[in-house]
Ligand binder design. Structure first.
Ligand SMILES: *[C@@H]1O[C@H](CO)[C@@H](O)[C@H](O)[C@H]1NC(C)=O
Ligand SMILES: *[C@@H]1O[C@H](CO)[C@@H](O)[C@H](O)[C@H]1NC(C)=O
Ligand SMILES: *[C@@H]1O[C@H](CO)[C@@H](O)[C@H](O)[C@H]1NC(C)=O
Length: 451
């Protein structure tokens, strides 16, 4: 039966009628009430007929020049807030990828029309002619697609990507509970044979990953998919993961931005990072959130910039370290205070979920050297426990801390049951010579020793 479905999907792909059937609700607890109904109708084909993949193989699915013309359907009636949500989604493509969503012109044959359909869905890749992305406005039950990252998710389908958990190697990373899936929707959990991972590691944090209750018969009680890695979060709809950014750029043959190092090795220990080979799965915060109900307190306001991972001195003279903390030849991460960064701008990055036995010592090296130390700004470090609604301030330093380019160690002891993330936040001061750097992060057993 599964084989037959696969054949059907290949045929339908050739006919270019492979929409992604998916509904995600603003109110996730009510999503289960909407999934089945919204799969039906003229536009969305029953999703059981389609096999989800990740990057869709084949040049025909790409948008030439990474340019995706779009319009907002006149019939959709998107209000100012909803248009802002969609604009934010487009801005995230501009910020992190080479893909440009541009208003359709009279010369464009192929383009996207954003509609207010019965759910959140998109075709996978360029179809030829006009194709729809549906971002449902809030309906009577309060379900809605109006979250920037839901727009980014559907737009990533349109760019050529299926869901993350359709990768052929996914059974090493997630468990599928077939009996818990709404009958007829099992096809959404099939793996692909003709897709490409683009060399990226499996990505629990992908904006394209299902959540544990996707297509569940009983969302509160019966998970359909669970990560094998303890503490891994799936189904986030906050913004692109690093690997999403890597894949979008790679699929379109674009260089991966300097602040995006490429595939992240999910098997490495999240408790240590020297940044020499990558960002160790650290997540930059996103300029996406407009929804004040987003539970993550750090995402209720935007950060302006990202940390960069570099080697050697920072680009501006009289600021930052001359090299990494250990050898001087490795890499470290830093925030660039030069224009366009402005006073008060924030840069935020956080670790993956860290687990261990209490107490634990969190330590790291920092460089806060500046020509004008009093104008430098601040580095603050927080922890966010798995069940916390607010981060806890653990450590902070203001102004230039070193009189020459060098590194100092910071540390604090934590006792947090059930896992936590460490968040680093730089606030830029009033001077452009205010680069702040971090290196050699480690979480070790036992309380910190007095420095
Ligand atoms: C979901 O499961 C719970 C616990 O078994 C049950 O009380 C509830 O009625 C179920 N809901 C649905 C919609 O089946
Ligand atoms: C940093 O740069 C030096 C000199 O260009 C090079 O030898 C070294 O391999 C680089 N280190 C990393 C981690 O890229
Ligand atoms: C966090 O919340 C989960 C789910 O409610 C619960 O199972 C777990 O015990 C909580 N952990 C802590 C440390 O409170």
């Amino acid at each position: 039966m599964r084989f037959l479905l696969l054949l059907l999907s290949v045929v339908s792909a050739a006919l270019a009628v492979t929409p992604d059937g998916e509904l995600e609700a603003w109110d996730y607890s009510r999503a289960e009430q909407m999934n089945p109904e919204c799969m039906e109708g003229d536009i969305v084909k029953p999703s059981s007929q389609f096999v989800e993949r990740n990057a869709r193989n084949g040049e025909q699915w790409h948008w030439p020049g990474a340019r995706i013309p779009y319009e907002l359907s006149d019939f959709a009636g998107f209000d100012a807030y909803e248009q802002e949500v969609m604009r934010t989604a487009r801005v995230n493509y501009e910020r992190y990828t080479c893909i440009r969503w541009v208003p359709v012109t009279a010369n464009d044959q192929d383009y996207v029309s954003f509609i207010n359909g019965g759910g959140c869905y998109s075709y996978v890749g360029r179809q030829g002619g006009v194709q729809e992305i549906s971002l449902m406005r809030p309906d009577a039950s309060g379900a809605s697609c109006m979250l920037p990252a839901i727009g980014m998710h559907e737009m990533m389908h349109c760019s050529g990507f299926y869901h993350e958990q359709s990768r052929p190697d996914r059974d090493n990373y997630v468990t599928i509970y077939w009996d818990n899936i709404i009958p007829g929707y099992e096809g959404n959990f099939d793996v692909c044979t003709d897709c490409s991972t683009l060399g990226a590691a499996y990505d629990y944090g992908s904006v394209m990953h299902y959540s544990s209750d996707s297509f569940s018969k009983n969302a509160s009680y019966l998970p359909t998919i669970l990560p094998k890695q303890v503490g891994a979060e799936i189904g986030q709809r906050r913004g692109f993961s690093w690997i999403d950014v890597f894949k979008l750029n790679t699929y379109y043959g674009c260089p991966v931005p300097q602040n995006v190092p490429g595939p992240i090795d999910q098997n490495q220990n999240p408790n240590v990072c020297n940044f020499d080979t990558d960002f160790c799965g650290w997540i930059q915060d996103y300029k996406v959130v407009l929804d004040p109900n987003v539970p993550d307190p750090f995402l209720q306001y935007a950060d302006q910039y990202d940390f960069f991972r570099i080697n050697g001195t920072t680009p501006s003279a009289n600021t930052g370290p001359n090299g990494d903390h250990t050898s001087g030849n490795g890499r470290y991460i830093y925030t660039e205070a030069s224009y366009p960064a402005a006073q008060g701008d924030r840069f935020r990055i956080r670790t993956p979920m860290i687990t261990g036995t209490d107490p634990m010592c969190v330590s790291f090296y920092y460089s806060m050297y500046a020509a004008n130390p009093s104008l430098m700004g601040a580095l603050s470090v927080f922890t966010l426990g798995a069940n916390d609604t607010k981060p806890t301030t653990r450590w902070s330093r203001f102004n230039g801390q070193q009189s020459t380019p060098s590194w100092s160690q910071g540390s604090f002891t934590v006792s947090i049951n059930g896992g936590f993330q460490v968040l680093f936040e730089v606030t830029r001061g009033s001077d452009y010579q205010g680069d702040i750097a971090i290196d050699d992060f480690a979480v070790t057993a036992g309380a910190c020793k007095q420095l």
